[in-house]
Design a protein around this ligand. Structure first.
Ligand SMILES: [Zn+2]
Length: 96
């Protein structure tokens, strides 16, 4: 099943990253510990033109250090989880 198509323009991405940060999104050295309920979608990126298909997970558990370098483990779901997966891919050298 394909998820809704979304275009990541820089304003939307910045808004969602800011929103994610307010919700305690991972800051330093994030590692995904669990991935639940895979789905196919397509994403855009500031580094690319257009969109590309990719697999994401509806819920993820992430281990990371927060802005004060305190160890955290937290679950994320929905669009916030999708953005975090996209950004963690970048940390690992993956562009969609
Ligand atoms: Zn990107």
């Amino acid at each position: 099943m394909r998820g809704p198509r979304r275009q990541y323009d820089w304003r939307a991405q910045t808004h969602h990253l800011r929103k994610g940060r307010q919700q305690g999104a991972p800051d330093v050295h994030p590692q995904i510990l669990e991935q639940v309920n895979a789905y196919q979608t397509s994403e855009g990126c500031l580094s690319l033109v257009g969109e590309r298909p990719c697999t994401r997970y509806r819920r993820i558990k992430v281990e990371y250090l927060d802005e004060n370098f305190v160890h955290r483990i937290k679950n994320f779901s929905g669009y916030t989880a999708e953005i975090i997966q996209h950004e963690i891919d970048h940390c690992q050298g993956i562009v969609i």
